[in-house]
Design a protein around this ligand. Sequence first.
Ligand SMILES: Nc1ncnc2c1ncn2[C@@H]1O[C@H](COP(=O)(O)OP(=O)(O)OP(=O)(O)O)[C@@H](O)[C@H]1O
Length: 315
Amino acid sequence: MSFMQIKDLCVHYPIRGGFFNTVVDQVYAVDGVNMEFEKGKTYGLVGESGSGKSTTGKAIIGLEKITSGSIIYEGKDVTNQRRERTSAYNRDIQMIFQDANSSLNPRKRVKDIIAEPIRNFLKLSDQEENKRINELLAIVGMPEDAKYKYPHEFSGGQKQRIGIARAVACNPKLIIADEPVSALDLSVQAQVLNFMKDIQEEFGLSYLFISHDLGVVKHMCDHISIMYKGRFVETGRREDIYQDPQHIYTQRLLSAIPNIEPATRIERNKERQGVEARYQAEQHKYYDENGKVYALEKISDTHLVAVNINEKGGK
Ligand SMILES: Nc1ncnc2c1ncn2[C@@H]1O[C@H](COP(=O)(O)OP(=O)(O)OP(=O)(O)O)[C@@H](O)[C@H]1O
C-alpha cells in the first residue's frame, strides 16, 4: 500500500523573448509524471543530465512551482500545502542534496543546523532538544562534540551525515535524496550509501533516490523510473529494469555502465579487512550477500581486494 501518490506532475518553465519579453516557448522540465511511494522502499529516478530528475524532486518537496498535477499524501491532496512551513507534509517529507557544502549554512554550528526542523515542528525544551541532537549525532555515527563545530570543519562524507541527521530529525516518512553521493570519493560514497540503508531499515524510511549512476541505483532501489526529457520512458521493479529493459533509452543507459575486467577471485586480506563477496563489475564497487557496499582496490592485474568500509565513521 502506498502512502503517497504523485499524479500527472508537470513543471513547465516559460521561455521569454522578443521586444515585449513575452512567453515564446516552454521548457517541459517535468511533463506528466506518476509515482507511488511505499513504506520502507526506495524509488529510483534515473536519467541523463537535464532529463528533469531534480525538478521532480524539488517540485515534490515544494522548492519548485507545480504547473499542474497533484500530490496525495495519506489520502489528502497536499499539492498546495507544500510550502506551508509547519504542515505535517513539510515535516514528513525531507530532502538531502548532492552538495552538502551549499545545503549547510556555513555560519551555523552543527547543533543549530540539526535543530532547525526540531524547532519548526517539535517545540522541545532546551534540554530535550539537546538530548535529541545527541541522539541524532549517534544515529549518524558522529561524536557528540561535533555539535559545537561548523560545517567547514568536516569532510564531505561527514557533512553529508550532518545533512542526513537534519533530514531525519523529526522522523520523516520520505527522504528525497538528490544525487546524495555523487560529489563524494568512492569509498566515502559506499559508507554513506550503506548508512542510508541502515537507517532505512531502522526507521522504516522511504527514499526517492535520484541518480544518474545505474550501479548505485541497482544497489539502492526497489522500483525504478527511467526519465527522458521530462517523461518516464520506463518504470518497473529493479529486477525487470536490469534484466529485461524494454525501452531503447534504458538499454542505452544500461550498456553505458563501464565494464571493469572481472577479477579471477577476490583476495582475503585480513590486514586491510578485505572480504570475499560476490563481485559486480561496475563502478569499482561490489556488494556482498547482505547488500553492503565495498570499495574495490586493484592490487594486481588479476586480483582485487575489497576494502571494508562499512563501519560507521570510516575505514
Ligand atoms: N528555473 C528554470 N528555468 C528554466 N529551465 C529550467 C529551470 N530549471 C531547470 N530547467 C530546465 O529543466 C530541465 C530539467 O532540469 P533538471 O535539473 O531537473 O534535470 P536533471 O535531470 O536533474 O539534471 P542534472 O542531473 O544535471 O541535475 C533542463 O532542461 C533544465 O535546463
